[in-house]
Design a protein around this ligand. Sequence first.
Ligand SMILES: [Zn+2]
Length: 297
Amino acid sequence: MPELPEVENLRLGLERKIVGQKVKSVKVLAPKLVAGAGNIRAPSRAKTAEFISGITGKVIEGIERRAKNLIFRFKGGGLLLVHLKMSGQFVYREGKKTVEGGHPIELSRSGLPNKHTHIIFELSRGTLYYNDIRTFGYLLYFKNQNSFDKTRHFKYIGPEPLSKEFTREYFAGALRNKKSKLKSVLLGQSAVAGLGNIYADEVCFEAGVRPTRAASSLSAGEAGRLYSAIKRILKRAIETGGSSVATYMLLDESRGNYAREHKVYGRGGEECANCGKKLKNITLGGRTTVFCVSCQK
Ligand SMILES: [Zn+2]
């Protein structure tokens, strides 16, 4: 699943290319993707029609990110909320130039549209494809900010880790209240936004704390180290992702620039870069989790 740094890189790549362009037409091949989020997504003709008519003819004014969500804003009002979930991807093609981000989909490299292409936006200068292997992602159109605010879509999402609101004191307090395992709390989004399986494991390693600990058991010192690790690692991951030139192929198990710097994620059974002991691989809350029994307490 694309996490905060990958979504941020996708945002940066798209922002450079498509802001200021007009949407000439929209094709919706999988109506459930525009019908709702989570389980409330029964496809309907009305929803699809509203999506198409809301966006067609509009100029893209800006692209924002909140946690792992993207928000496309249109001139004259209207916004599009996008969550890529497990396997969503955007590819923008303009002549020979390509901007690509989200989940890497091999088939998209050989041709577009393909069987994973579910929504196609024809823009004034190029084409934006939304591809999704498992179709858990969603693209929801809202006619104005007010109609979006009413959904309270972000109500369970905590502060952005690189914002001023995310302070050391806040984070220590957020952990103190939670008896669940640290990894689950980090994945849960309410203590801090944007972490997924990769970065949750990486920040725990960096901070020297085990992901299996109860979040509330962390000392002030440990919470402080974890706080710093979150900031440092996400910043570094955003920067290294942004350093690739034309293609934003970011980031899953195998690809992307920051993937080379993973210390624990995807390295279960390998030697710890720090102490040389074998990294432990467990399943925690249904997710693969890797840590070092000697470096992490
Ligand atoms: Zn170690």
